[in-house]
Ligand binder design. Structure first.
Ligand code: SF4
Ligand code: SF4
Length: 433
C-alpha cells in the first residue's frame, strides 16, 4: 500500500546520464493529417512528389488556429496511409520515403544577429507560426497563439519549464544539459516576443550537473535577467500551475491563463525550438525523446525526426529484453496512454515511450480510504467521480467539477485498491463534454 501522498518521488530515471543519440535516418516518416487539436486539414502533395526537409506539405486547421505540416526528411511522397496515432486512434498519415540526402529547403539558413535584431514582436510571431512551433513538453499548444496572447498584456515573468516531473523522463534534462547556449538564445527571443521583464529557468534540485552548466552559461549572458531556479524532485512539480505557484507565489485559478496574471511558461524543448525557428527559420522537424523502461535492452535518449515509427526507435534501443508480454506507454507513466501495438508514429507531441514487463495486478473494491482525494492536486474527489461515472450521472459529474481534472494520474497511482481511477476521470470528462 502506498501511504497517502501528494507527491511522487522521482527515483526511476534510467537514462539521466546517457548522452542523446541523434537518429536522423528512418526509412520512412509519417506526418499525421489531423491530430488531437486539429480535426481538418488540406494536403498539398500527391504520390510521387519530391520533397525536402522543411517543405510545406499541407495545413491543419484547429478551429482558432492553423498549423503548417512539414516534411522532416528529403525524399518522395508515397501517399496517404492509416496508422496508429499516439492518442490510440487510427488516423491518416502522409507517408514519405527518405532518400537519405538530407536536402533542406533554401529558406532554412542561419540568420545574422543584425537581421534578427530588426524583428518586431509580430515578426517573431509570424516566424513561429510558419515553422509550426508548439508546446514541446507535450501540451502541443501552438506557440504563436501563446505569443499573440501576450501582445496586449504586461508580462512580468517568463518561466522556462525544464522540470519534467514524471518518473523515467529525461528529455528536458538532456536538452538543457547538451544545448544550453542555444536554449539561452531561444529564451532571449521568447523574452523579446513576450516583453517579459524577468526569466526563471526551472529544473529539479537533484540535477547538480545542470546547475553547474547553466550557471556557467549564465555568466556569458549577463544582459539577460535570468534566475536559475531549482525545484523539488517530485511529481507533479512540473505542472504549470504548481510551478508558477512555486516560482512566483501566484495562484492561477482553474480555467484562467497565466498570461492574465503577468506570467507565461514555455517548456525547455520549446525554447530550443524557438532558437531554431528564429535563428535558422527551421520548422519543428526533430525532437528529443526518452525511450526507456525495464522491457527494452538499452534505454536511451534520442533526438529523432518527427514522424519516425516507434518500431524504428525500439530497434535502435536493441529491441525487447524478452519475449514476455510488455506494457507499452506512449508518454510518461502518469499521464501517458497505453498502446496496443508498437507500430505507432512518434509525432511532435511525443516526449517519451516506456516499455515495462507486464505484471499482473488485481483491482480490489474501494475501501473508502480517501487516498485519491488527498492526492489530487486539483482538489477533486476521484472516488465520487468514479461512482458517478459508473451510473452515468452527468449532473453529479458537473457538480464534482471533473472538467478541472488535469489527468495527472495521482489518484490512480495512490489508490489502495489499485483502481484505475485516471481512466474513470477520462471517461467522466468525455461524459460532461
Ligand atoms: S487525474 Fe484528475 S482527479 Fe486524479 S489526481 Fe489527477 S487531477 Fe485529480
Ligand atoms: S478509490 Fe481507491 S484511493 Fe479512492 S477511496 Fe477508494 S480505495 Fe481509496
Amino acid at each position: 500500500m502506498i501511504a497517502k501522498t501528494r507527491a511522487i518521488s522521482d527515483v526511476l530515471n534510467m537514462t539521466t546520464s546517457l548522452p542523446t543519440i541523434h537518429f536522423t535516418n528512418p526509412k520512412k516518416i509519417y506526418v499525421s493529417v489531423t491530430n488531437a487539436r486539429c480535426k481538418s486539414a488540406e494536403v498539398y502533395v500527391k504520390p510521387g512528389d519530391k520533397v525536402k526537409i522543411g517543405t510545406v506539405i499541407g495545413k491543419r486547421n484547429g478551429g482558432y488556429f492553423e498549423q503548417n505540416m512539414h516534411s522532416t526528411v528529403s525524399g518522395t511522397v508515397l501517399g496517404i496511409v492509416k496508422k496508429w496515432h499516439r492518442t490510440g486512434k487510427m488516423v491518416d498519415f502522409i507517408e514519405i520515403e527518405n532518400d537519405f540526402k538530407d536536402d533542406y529547403e533554401p529558406t532554412i539558413y542561419e540568420r545574422t544577429d543584425e537581421e534578427i535584431s530588426s524583428y518586431t514582436r509580430e515578426d517573431y510571431i509570424e516566424r513561429v507560426k510558419n515553422n509550426s512551433l508548439i508546446g514541446l513538453g507535450g501540451s502541443t499548444f501552438p506557440t504563436y497563439i501563446k505569443l499573440q496572447s501576450c501582445l496586449d498584456k504586461e508580462i512580468d515573468t517568463l518561466i522556462i519549464n525544464g522540470v519534467e516531473c514524471e518518473p523515467y523522463l529525461t528529455t528536458d534534462h538532456r536538452i538543457l544539459l547538451e544545448h544550453p547556449n542555444k536554449i539561452f538564445e531561444g529564451i532571449k527571443y521568447l523574452r523579446n516576443a513576450t516583453g517579459a521583464k524577468k526569466v526563471y529557468i526551472c529544473f529539479k534540485k537533484k540535477y547538480d550537473d545542470l546547475y553547474q552548466v547553466l550557471s556557467e552559461v549564465k555568466k556569458r549572458h549577463m544582459d539577460l535577467p535570468i534566475e536559475i531556479k531549482r525545484v523539488e524532485n517530485f511529481y507533479p512539480q512540473g505542472w504549470e500551475v504548481a510551478l508558477i505557484k512555486t516560482v512566483t507565489g501566484k495562484v492561477i485559478p482553474s480555467g484562467d491563463l497565466p498570461q492574465n496574471h503577468g506570467v507565461v511558461c514555455f517548456n525547455a524543448s520549446t525554447a530550443f525550438g524557438m532558437y531554431r525557428a528564429i535563428r535558422l527559420n527551421m520548422p519543428v522537424i526533430e525532437r528529443n525523446f526518452t525511450l526507456t523502461g525495464d522491457g527494452i535492452k538499452y534505454p536511451s535518449n534520442i533526438r529523432m525526426r518527427i514522424g519516425t515509427p516507434l518500431s524504428d526507435l525500439l530497434e535502435l534501443c536493441g529491441g525487447y529484453i524478452s519475449d514476455k508480454p510488455k506494457v507499452l506507454i506512449m508518454g510518461g507513466p502518469m499521464m501517458g496512454a497505453c498502446l496496443l501495438k508498437d507500430d505507432a508514429v512518434c509525432s511532435m507531441s511525443c516526449t517519451s515511450a516506456i516499455v515495462l514487463e507486464d505484471k499482473e495486478y488485481k483491482e480490489e473494491p474501494c475501501i473508502r480510504c480517501a487516498s485519491c482525494v488527498y492526492s489530487c492536486p486539483c482538489d477533486l474527489q476521484p472516488v465520487l467521480i468514479m461512482k458517478a461515472v459508473k451510473v452515468k450521472d452527468i449532473e453529479a459529474l458537473k457538480k464534482l467539477h471533473v472538467d478541472k481534472c488535469i489527468e495527472c494520474g495521482m489518484c490512480g497511482y495512490t489508490c489502495t485498491s489499485k483502481i484505475n481511477l485516471t481512466d474513470y476521470m477520462r471517461q467522466a470528462k468525455k461524459l460532461v463534454k
